[in-house]
Design a binder for this molecule. Structure first.
Ligand code: XCC
Ligand code: SF4
Length: 629
């Protein structure tokens, strides 16, 4: 993992990245790799999770005493308790991020129903009715307005304290629910579980590491089967269900002769409007009057994934590419909503003519241009943003522009609905392929980059290693860009797959790595696993499936990992979270959870070894199900 940071090839596997890292150095732009070096080595106590700042008798830090006994904090908390509390708050942070995003979509749907958001509409009525029925909203003979209004109420209630379980619990296989019942971790309310985690981890509350860890599971489940699932489903209802479409990926999607606007963050509510404004003939005419050939919208991170999946916009890059996209010198504006937006983008943008435009009052950046986005004025504000970008085009210095590569092809837009469609309306052909071993297993690789690894080396390495073994890969979050750049997201990418997967990809004309959306869309993955388990009459933990996040960095990634494990899906991660100071907690996460949830974490920094270990378990699970190889 540690590497000679002097060699640019150790920073990223991509040519577009390394060329822009070199240009950044020439242009005097500091990058994430520079700062990573300044911050290395990290604080040992923090790495181990053994620091506590939860009260003002501290801060405290724990080390092993000479006799091997753990020291205690001023209050008496030992290392196990401190590690579990820190981890619990980490999970709560991630769950809060996804779930608040989900809540924002309920508010948009409510505004649509109330006639207060004229720029938005219910695009997919069929899904509205289907989801409403699932959560117990009567639909017979009712207008879509009526149904949507009640759906809004049901989903808002999911955030509160009056329910015994969340609305989407009907999607959980009964066997899994029984496990949760026994452990008392059925999620009741999204905000409730998050708030309870903050409460439990206050000094003098939950002082039993295992108890805190179990509530981490409940909190994460409220994210996966609650907040994130609401985010996914309502985005589909409002903006449309993703369907397969061709697009392009890498920094080459930035066009020298166009006004380039990059959308970044997570929530499609703003970026969909910016895209609509950029397609407005009046705006295009203005761009032409300013000397450009047109307006180009490119995606970064998960807002990019949302728009790529539904609207087919090209994808400029993932997490560690966001600064480098600006370094091309050809970006007029970066328009952001929230999450994973490096504060450094303000400084990077200031080195060029680039406007850095924030839109969420929850995510303000000192030095940014802020447009306080209001869904009742969405169209007007989106046009304002596009106009600012056109204006910025006038001050672009083309002698500083360098677009390092040509873009490559990608097919995106898979969703459970699209998958079912391709399979002819039933999961049966997929189950058959799993049963006969053409598809030996399914792994969902979940986004993120982390400068602790050579950028995308693990993401791409793991995906390739898995498809070679006839394991279908579903990609969400930042790995989508990586897999796309590696040629794994076009049907021709199946050449790199094993013979079984190759055959299936050929028959369905699909890539071996399917673009499954943004990070909230891991809700699609758990739902799919639930459906497969139900169809086979087994528990999710019996399936030959895995989650993986080799280059994870964020609190949200840990929330996803925990809800996957608690749902019975084991998860590989490339680096451990800050828990290794507690043997109790570490053993639980990497083994003990197996007895509780039928799944646990595998920490493995080398994708080759990770793939081997994942394959071993897939073999064992297939055998237990009576399936051949
Ligand atoms: Fe963020 Fe979602 Fe991770 Fe990418 S993948 S770095 S969380 S943008 Ni979700
Ligand atoms: Fe120290 Fe306990 Fe306060 Fe944490 S809660 S800072 S361990 S005294």
């Amino acid at each position: 993992m540690a590497k000679d940071s002097g060699d640019v090839k150790n920073k990223s596997i991509w040519e577009d990245a390394t060329k822009m890292i070199e240009k950044a150095a020439r242009d005097g732009v500091e990058t994430v790799w520079d700062r990573f070096e300044q911050q290395t080595p990290g604080c040992k106590f923090c790495e181990l999770g053994l620091t506590c700042k939860n009260c003002n008798m501290g801060p405290c830090r724990i080390s092993l005493k000479e006799n091997g006994k753990m020291q205690r904090g001023v209050c008496g908390a030992d290392g196990n308790v401190i590690v579990a509390r820190n981890f619990g708050r980490f999970v709560a942070g991630g769950s809060a991020g996804h779930s608040d995003h989900g809540r924002d979509l309920i508010e948009v749907l409510e505004a649509i129903v109330e006639g207060k958001a004229s720029a938005y509409t219910i695009t997919n009525e069929e899904k509205l009715y289907r989801v409403a029925q699932e959560v117990g909203v009567a639909t017979d003979g009712r207008t879509k307005q009526d149904v949507a209004r009640e759906l809004v109420d049901v989903l808002f209630a999911d955030f509160g304290s009056r329910k015994k379980e969340l609305a989407f619990m009907g999607r959980v296989p009964e066997k899994r629910k029984e496990i949760w019942r026994q452990l008392n971790v059925i999620p009741r309310g999204v905000d409730r579980e998050i708030a309870e985690m903050m409460h439990r981890t206050h000094m003098g509350c939950d002082n039993d590491a295992i108890s805190t860890m179990l509530h981490s599971a409940r909190t994460a489940l409220a994210d996966g089967w609650g907040g994130s699932m609401i985010g996914t489903e309502l985005s589909d209802i409002i903006f449309g269900v993703p369907t397969p479409a061709a697009s392009k990926v890498n920094l080459g999607v930035i066009r020298k002769e166009q006004v380039n606007i990059l959308v970044h963050g997570h929530n499609p509510v703003v970026s969909e409007m910016v895209l609509a404004a950029a397609r407005d003939p009046e705006m295009i005419a203005k761009a032409k009057a300013a000397g450009a050939e047109g307006i180009n919208i490119g995606g970064l991170c998960c807002t990019g994934n949302e728009l790529l999946g539904r609207q087919g916009i090209p994808m400029a890059g993932n997490h560690l590419m966001t600064e480098l996209a600006i370094v091309t010198g050809a970006v007029e504006a970066v328009v952001v909503d929230y999450q994973c937006i490096m504060p450094s983008l303000v400084q990077a943008a200031a080195c060029y003519h680039t406007r850095f435009i924030t839109t969420s009052d929850k995510a303000r950046f000192t030095g940014a241009t802020h447009v306080s986005f209001d869904t009742s004025r969405a169209a007007e504000q989106a046009r304002q943003i596009v106009e600012m970008s056109i204006e910025a085009y006038g001050s672009r210095d083309n002698s500083r522009v360098e677009i390092p590569v040509e873009p490559v092809d990608i097919v995106s837009g898979f969703s459970n609905e699209a998958l079912l469609d391709m399979l002819g309306g039933s999961l049966e052909p997929l189950l058959e392929a799993i049963k006969d071993g053409s598809i030996r297993g399914v792994v969902a690789i979940v986004g993120c980059n982390n400068p602790k690894f050579t950028h995308d080396s693990q993401n791409v390495g793991l995906a390739k290693e898995l498809i070679k073994r006839d394991i279908l890969v579903l990609a969400t979050g930042c790995i989508t860009t990586a897999a796309g750049k590696a040629g794994l997201m076009v049907p021709a990418g199946a050449e790199m797959a094993g013979p079984g997967l190759q055959k299936i990809c050929g028959a369905l004309d699909i890539p071996p790595v399917l673009h499954f959306g943004s990070c909230v869309d891991n809700s699609r993955v758990i739902q799919l696993c639930g459906s497969i388990a139900d169809a086979l009459g087994v528990d999710i933990s019996d399936l030959p499936v895995w989650g993986a996040s080799p280059e994870w960095y964020s609190e949200k990634a840990v929330a996803i990992g925990v809800y996957c494990v608690a749902s019975g899906i084991p998860v590989q991660i490339g680096t451990p979270p800050q828990i290794t100071g507690s043997k109790l907690v570490t053993d639980l996460a990497t083994g003990g959870l197996e007895d509780v949830f039928g799944a646990s974490f595998l920490v493995e920094a080398d994708y080759r070894i990770a793939a081997e270990k994942m394959d071993e378990r897939i073999k064992a699970k297939r055998k237990a199900l009576g399936l051949g190889e």
